[in-house]
Design a protein around this ligand. Structure first.
Ligand code: BGC
Length: 808
């Protein structure tokens, strides 16, 4: 069952009922100012940091789930309604929410009045626009009262929700004409304030929450709206809001636009005040001036569209199946960019006050956006590398504002350093920018202790070699990619963090997954070593990888699949010897991706076992059978009930590893079939089961052992976005930048008979036409009409157009 449809031409998802199975959200903003917005107008905004610079308030996990946002109310002669349906929930004659690329349009119509609100954050502005277009669709004149309202957050979002003895006495505002200034704490150390303004005279305002809503009223029936007028209240402590009242008269057919602006403004410390106690409004006025007419909003919208046109033209596909094309051309790269901007901070499942940027998460995210914004990828790489510790290990997280490693969580996740190699390799392959390897980068942000970026990679690689266990496999440390496999933790105290609690001394648990990741990294690491003229290092890396592959086959092969790990006591995890958790997805994907067992047959056997044991109609489960009791020796993985999260859900991040592995053994049909099971555009038809947005991936879909099998959670901010983009574009469609050239090696399903891809890379444009005749074996390529050997197309000069035809 669907709750809307894709509009491919407009690159929008059009939601046609407010009653979706869950709030379906979108993101506003591309640079510094961001907002989350649901299809019924819920959500919040922040400047750069969702915790420290929160502009508007939002209460998570509420009843109903999604209440609080930027709302408009109508009082039409006593009939009170909201064009976004929520929060009043009065029935609408027409409802539509269109989520586009960094903008949303919500339209509601009732009793002959149509209100269409465009929400966007213009490029280059620290503000969001809400353009409200009112149309009298009836045959008689209309006079209505329109109210805007949003609740200001007292900047620090954690404090705002916890420190009431202080923050209920803090709020301060100013009102000047149609502009409301939120200036809490501006009197002391803050140099920033927020404005909420409209480009028209107002008939009233409120800034005190209780005055506007009433103490006993709620979002569904604010006192002021019901009464038909605001009270011109000035907040003093308690909770500040920004509400305007505008009386609108419309002749039949008449259309009127109102432009509301919510903005973030900073002053220099010595230019904070206009006069004692009165904020310097000059920068706010300049900001509002830029968006004071509807034409200016149109221009900002056009700029935003061309920004996305340009980004999305980097990679395009015409596969003959719109569900593939809209995913690859629009929604997957869009999600990758949102993930780049947000990391794991702010979604409807992440409160924006929790984690910092993950070391491994950020490196993997990079794989999905490096082709779109390579300069920003470069900056990100150098920031991440600067948090690496001198021994090659890494802080598990760092804070975006300070760019420092996060001491609370510390280090010890032994896969982390290797992801830096994967990220840098992707960047260098995309751009050819070898100079980045020579950049001088600090360790642990200490300017006295620096090394080249390549030296950082070297320490990453050797950190694994220096930390091996009894079988010669890499030590897992606190955990590897699977944050919940805590093999040295042994936590018996409830509430204790599995990630930070002191591990048992002498922990020698080993990870086959890290071994696979290590072998996978080795060839690109060796190529980078050659690029910095360190041939011995390159040879050493290749030898180390060969030795590690042998160790995996000796000690990490279980007979029908790869073992997951060895625990603290040297027992196997993820083996047929185990009662539960017999097989895990991660080593099957990564060991095959690394090429282990491809020649000798183990790879195909492992993938067949995945197909037999882990596959479901909704994707590949992380493990089987799930743990039914708490296992002290395994940690958090056994916390979750069977079928959820790491305990046997379909953890979508790791599914593309199996897809890529399937292409490694030439099975494009299987790879594509797996992709279709989790790709949101293919799940759109079962939205009532999936429940989350049909345009972005979710981190998790409940596995077959969960009562709610097929139900997704944690949409938007997940490594799933980047890895699925890699799987579908680089391995199934098969267009992958490598150091020496563009690899064009499609591994297509039979149903895709003709595919056209365009790819911009290093300044040249590649036009690739694939004829899939199902011949198997190696594809045959011609470049500009000339057949070539193999599948590596040398990079063309910048500005050139390279025509490639492929027969396979
Ligand atoms: C974390 C990842 C981790 C994954 C699997 C995600 O929530 O952000 O770092 O690899 O879970 O445990």
């Amino acid at each position: 069952m669907r709750f809307g449809h894709f509009s491919d031409a407009a690159r929008e998802y059009v939601i046609t009922t407010p009653r979706t199975p869950y709030p379906w959200i979108n993101y506003l903003g591309t640079e510094e100012y961001f907002g989350l917005i649901s299809h019924t107008g819920g959500g919040y905004s922040f400047y750069r940091d969702a915790r420290m610079r929160r502009l508007t308030r939002y209460r998570y996990n509420n009843v109903p789930t999604d209440v609080g946002g930027r709302y408009f109310y109508v009082n039409d002669d006593g009939d009170v309604w909201t064009p976004s349906w929520a929060p009043v929930q009065a029935e609408l004659d027409h409802f539509e929410a269109r989520h586009g690329l960094s903008y949303t349009v919500i339209t509601g119509e009732r009793n002959g009045l149509r209100i269409e609100t465009l929400y966007l954050v213009p490029l280059g502005a620290t503000a969001e626009i809400h353009r409200v277009r009112l149309t009298n669709t009836g045959a008689t004149a209309k006079g209505v009262k329109l109210f805007s309202v949003l609740e200001f957050n007292l900047w620090n979002a954690l404090d705002d929700q916890t420190n009431y003895q202080r923050n209920l006495s803090l709020a301060e505002v100013e009102v000047d004409g149609s502009t409301i200034y939120h200036k809490t704490e501006y009197r002391e150390r803050r140099n920033h304030y927020a404005v909420h303004a409209v480009n028209a005279p107002i008939s009233g305002y409120d800034t005190d929450r209780e005055t506007f809503f009433g103490l006993y009223g709620g979002w569904n029936a604010p006192d002021a709206v019901v009464a038909g007028h605001c009270h011109n209240s000035i907040a003093s402590g308690w909770s500040p809001i920004g509400a305007h009242q505008i009386d609108v008269a419309l002749a039949p057919g008449e259309v009127r636009d109102l432009v509301f602006v919510l903005g973030y403004v900073e002053n220099e410390p010595d230019a904070k005040w206009e006069s004692p106690g009165v904020v310097n409004k000059a920068p706010a006025r300049a900001l509002l001036q830029r968006f004071s007419t509807s034409e200016q909003v149109d221009a900002a919208m056009a700029e935003l569209r061309s920004y996305w046109d340009d980004l999305l033209s980097t990679f395009t596909v015409d596969s003959g199946d719109p569900r593939v094309d809209r995913m690859v051309n629009v929604w997957n790269p869009y999600q990758c960019m949102v993930t780049f901007n947000m990391s794991r901070s702010a979604s409807y499942f992440e409160t924006g006050i929790g984690r910092g940027m993950g070391f491994r998460d950020s490196n993997q995210d990079l794989l999905g956006f490096v082709h779109l914004v390579p300069d920003r990828a470069r900056e990100r790489i150098l920031d991440i590398a600067a948090t690496q510790l001198p021994d090659g290990s890494a802080y598990h997280q760092y804070q975006l504002l300070t760019k420092r490693g996060n001491h609370d969580i510390g280090s010890g996740f032994n896969d982390d350093p290797l992801w830096l190699i994967e990220g840098v390799a992707a960047y260098v392959s995309e751009t050819g920018d070898l100079a980045i390897l020579d950049e001088d980068v600090p360790f642990d942000n200490d300017p006295e202790d620096t090394g080249t970026l390549f030296e950082h990679l070297r320490r990453s690689f050797h950190h694994v070699l220096h930390n091996r266990g009894p079988h010669g496999l890499p030590l897992i440390g606190r955990a590897d990619w699977n944050d919940c496999l805590n093999l040295n933790c042994f936590s018996e105290t409830s509430g204790e963090s599995f990630q930070t609690t002191e591990n048992l001394a002498g922990g020698s648990a080993e990870s086959v997954f890290i071994a696979g990741l290590f072998v996978h990294c080795a060839p690109v690491y060796a190529a980078l070593a050659e690029a910095v003229r360190a041939p011995e290092e390159a040879d050493g890396a290749r030898r180390a990888a060969a030795a590690m592959s042998a160790v995996v086959l000796d000690h990490g092969w279980d007979g029908d699949w790869f073992v997951r790990a060895y625990d603290y006591f040297g027992n196997k995890v993820g083996s047929s010897e185990c009662d539960e958790g017999k097989i895990y997805i991660e080593p099957q994907g990564f060991c095959v991706m690394a090429g282990i067992g491809v020649e000798s047959g183990e790879a195909v056997r492992a993938l067949d076992s995945v197909g037999k044991i882990l596959d479901t109609d909704h994707g590949i489960m992380l493990l089987q059978p799930p743990y039914t009791t708490y296992h002290l020796e395994l940690g958090e993985i056994s916390t979750y009930p069977p079928g959820y999260k790491e305990n046997g859900s379909i953890f979508c991040h790791s599914n593309p590893w199996v897809m890529i592995a399937e292409t490694m053994v030439g099975r494009g049909d299987r790879a594509f079939a797996y992709w279709k099971k989790i790709a949101p555009t293919f799940r759109e038809e079962i939205s009532e089961v999936h429940r989350l947005e049909p345009y972005v991936y979710a981190q998790m879909i409940a596995g077959k052992d969960a009562p709610r099998h097929g139900e997704a959670k944690n949409s938007w901010l997940t490594g799933t976005a980047a890895w699925n983009f890699v799987a579908i574009t680089q391995h199934i469609l098969g267009v992958k930048p490598e150091m020496e050239g563009l690899r064009v090696q499609p591994c297509l399903p039979a149903e895709m008979t003709k595919v056209e891809v365009t790819r911009r890379c290093r300044g040249a444009q590649y036009r690739i036409t694939v004829a899939n005749r199902g011949e198997g074996g190696s594809p045959r390529l011609a470049v500009d009409g000339q057949p070539i050997n193999g599948t590596l197309v040398p990079y063309g000069p910048a500005g050139s157009i390279v025509e490639i035809t492929v027969d396979c």
